[in-house]
Design a protein around this ligand. Sequence first.
Ligand code: ATP
Ligand code: MG
Length: 356
Amino acid sequence: MTASDSTRPRILTGDTPTGRLHLGHYVGSLERRLAMQETHDCYFIVANVHALTTRSDKPDEIRADTLEVMRDWLAVGLDPDRSTLFVQSEIPAIAELTFFFSMLLGFGRVMRNPTIKDEIIVKNLGDTYSFGFLLYAVGQTADILTFRPEAVPVGEDQVAHIEMTREVARRFNQLYCGVSDQTPDDDHLRAGGLFPIPRAEVGRVGRLVGIDGVNKMSKSLGNAIYLSDTAKEVQKKVNRIFTGRQNPTDPGDPNNVLFQYLDAFHADKAMVADLRERYAGGRVGDGEVKKELGSAINALLDPIRQRRARYEGDDQAILEIIRAGCAKANTAAEQTLAAARKAMRMHFGERSLGYR
Ligand code: ATP
Ligand code: MG
């Protein structure tokens, strides 16, 4: 079965290669992807063009991170035989649709996107961000709609982007496919629309806090525990987490970052409940809680580390997986682009990519 003739419902999601993947990605999105691989036709994109928005001066780093994200995916268990793993810059249809879709969104609408506003502040972009930085929000609507997925598994911070994607899909279907503005979202395809109105599906933990205890765990903020950290590095990072507690006999905050992580990563819920009770009552020290947490995270990461070792240092194997995935992704993408161009009266004959 090829990706394009699958009858399974389709999903698309991905990551920007701004660094290695971390525990936030795992609970926010990767875990869902693993489950959906069994039941869905999955497209996973490494958004390397979007990485240029804040690092246009670092092409070598972006390329290295692109391979690294792929390696992280394979380590976690995303499977190139079942899912389509691909790289954004290899899919020309995405760039063409970005231009078309940019006409369907007002400038003010893009600027009001709360995720864009947050990123400008958190990433310290001031007013020096490029035009392309704003365009990435539109580009992301194209990353998604090019593959016409039903759903997009993402962390909470991405929901605003998916909302914009839904607006673009509705607008396109209404303007170019004759869908009425009264048509409910779920009926757009039946009413002749080209694009489904995709749903955001937020993972088990929509926003995992970083080890700073303040911001979202993020590759760009240096507050992450990476899937590729060694067991020692993990325990060291856990030990550094600041709780503000002076003595083991002080009542501790049972919802601080240590306990948020225990809830997210410890398999034994009864044990966490017991620790939490003792912590709140001042009957267990931070040290013991941190040791328990480090072990729980390492138990999750051990099988990922073992799978990762197979691909360590082997860029050739990763490149082959990328090329095979991009060929499959382009088949689906070119179908969407041709249909979109027809709907927009911009189609003057069949053309082929000539991509090998
Ligand atoms: P950057 O700092 O460069 O924006 P990031 O760490 O936010 O990187 P992205 O590549 O932007 O990572 O996000 C990839 C996916 O992982 C998105 O679906 C995002 O919502 C999700 N995600 C990222 N960080 C977290 C987190 N801390 N908790 C839950 N989900 C997250
Ligand atoms: Mg992000």
